[in-house]
Design a protein around this ligand. Structure first.
Ligand code: SF4
Length: 207
């Protein structure tokens, strides 16, 4: 998925998708699946006006499976998406559900870990919360030259950045992009990475 730098509250950051509903649906579909396949399914759902979580809750799991059949592990994902859509309907809609105070409920849903929950809260709910991730841990550890945990790296970001929606989205998108493009687990491509002037691993061979 590519990140599109946009207005602070725009949904387009998330690979150009149009709504909080589409971001949320894509978060379920994308696990172990190519983004291009996810976009195709989202476009198909949009044409049928099934690109809303509440509308998905009206489908049976079997019907949902048919809609997302081209996606890897579609049966598991249909079951998870249906359970999520039912919960959202019960909670009074997606806008009500994607709030920081609902984070424990989000985390209790099958298929939603901390990174997905916080990414949804930030990019679909426009809450100022920073998602932890393996990319964040790896890039920050190498740049700062200290072994960090995911939550430790997240804490540093939250202390250093302004508590601002645009800054949080931009920093998350930047870190994930650097992690994917240059900062591989093994043999990072430091020569091409634009963080090399400030990176302790590159300059001092730490970590
Ligand atoms: S310079 Fe190398 S180690 Fe440092 S962040 Fe970039 S890719 Fe990672």
């Amino acid at each position: 998925m590519g990140w599109i730098v946009s207005d602070a509250s725009s949904f387009e950051w998330w690979g150009g998708l149009k709504t909080a509903h589409e971001i949320t649906i894509s978060a379920f579909l994308v696990q172990m699946t190519r983004w291009e396949s996810v976009v195709k399914v989202i476009n198909k759902l949009r044409e049928k006006q099934l690109n809303k979580i509440e509308n998905l809750s009206k489908l049976s799991v079997e019907d949902l499976e048919k809609e997302i059949r081209s996606i890897n592990f579609y049966k598991t994902k249909a079951r998870r998406l249906k359970a999520f859509a039912d919960k959202v309907a019960e909670e009074g809609g997606l806008e009500n559900f994607l709030k920081i105070e609902k984070r424990p409920i989000l985390l209790s849903m099958e298929g939603i870990g901390e990174e997905t929950a916080d990414s949804l809260l930030l990019f679909a709910g426009n809450n100022v919360i920073f998602p932890q991730s393996e990319y964040l841990r790896r890039v920050m550890s190498r740049v700062l030259g200290k072994k960090l945990t995911k939550s430790g790296a997240k804490q540093i970001v939250e202390e250093k950045l302004n508590k601002d929606l645009f800054e949080y989205k931009l920093f998350h998108a930047g870190i994930v992009s650097i992690g994917k493009a240059f900062c591989y687990t093994n043999n990072p491509n430091c020569d091409k990475c634009f963080l090399k002037p400030v990176c302790r691993k590159y300059n001092y061979e730490t970590l």
